[in-house]
Design a protein around this ligand. Structure first.
Ligand code: SF4
Ligand code: SF4
Length: 230
């Protein structure tokens, strides 16, 4: 039988042309909500694999908080870039699922876009960013985004639930957020606030969605992030 060790995962990462790949075993150290949602979606799942691709800095640098009526917005190039990244991630996650299923394990791919989300609360059926934290890919920033060591928040994610025996990836011990509050200052919708004691971030998801719903690509919180700049 195939061994699903770190070497296998690194090989998969290279073959599938991914920039990020991490595994969270669904045990004691995994966030409670991630474990609960995984158990609901795939009862008996023992691990979640989180895959990621870099969002290009060249595209992110074109983002602006607003535009004149009728103006061509260069930042809207983020949308076709996401289409490209989503396509690559979707293929990767289904190829990986096929591999596990061919070995007799169960696997549920969760794609990079189209994850069912409750429109009353804006909570999806599975949080990639919290799974990514458990899988060692990064930490949560003041923006509420996943912050990775190399790319900061410029990452696109998807996930795979499985009962294949996988090794836990190492988890960073320090936050990758530089606590500069640039994301809070720049947010044109005032959706980000300085969090209360005991919280690391505070976001009004409805304010963010409303702002972007009137046609702006926004993502200024991603553009200004001081972490992972290159
Ligand atoms: S994407 Fe949302 S949270 Fe981020 S800066 Fe824009 S409105 Fe604010
Ligand atoms: S902009 Fe600054 S405070 Fe906000 S997530 Fe990035 S590093 Fe953290």
């Amino acid at each position: 039988m195939q061994r699903f060790d770190q070497r296998f995962l690194q090989d998969m990462k290279q073959r599938l042309e991914l920039e990020l790949l991490g595994v969270a075993q669904l045990g004691e150290s995994t966030a409670v909500k991630v474990k609960q949602d995984a158990e609901t979606l795939l009862p008996g799942a023992t691990a979640v694999i989180v895959l990621g691709k870099e969002i290009y800095q060249e595209v992110v640098s074109l983002l602006k908080p607003s535009k004149e009526a009728g103006e061509a917005e260069a930042g809207a190039l983020l949308n076709p870039h996401y289409t490209y990244l989503n396509g690559r991630l979707t293929k990767a996650i289904y190829d990986m699922a096929k591999l596990f299923r061919n070995q007799g394990f169960r696997a549920l791919p969760l794609p990079p876009s189209g994850i069912p989300t409750d429109q009353r609360t804006l909570v999806s059926i599975f949080s990639y960013k919290h799974a990514a934290v458990s899988a060692g890919l990064g930490t949560i920033g003041r923006s509420g985004l996943l912050i990775t060591r190399k790319f900061g928040p410029r990452v696109r994610l998807c996930a795979l639930l499985t009962d294949a025996p996988l090794e836990q990836s190492p988890v960073p011990q320090e936050s990758y957020c530089k606590d500069c509050h640039a994301c809070i200052r720049v947010c044109p919708a005032h959706a980000l606030e300085t969090p209360n004691d005991g919280e690391f971030y505070s976001i009004n998801k409805f304010a963010c969605r409303s702002y972007r719903g009137v046609g702006f690509t926004c993502s200024m919180c991603m553009k200004v992030c001081q972490s992972g700049q290159n």
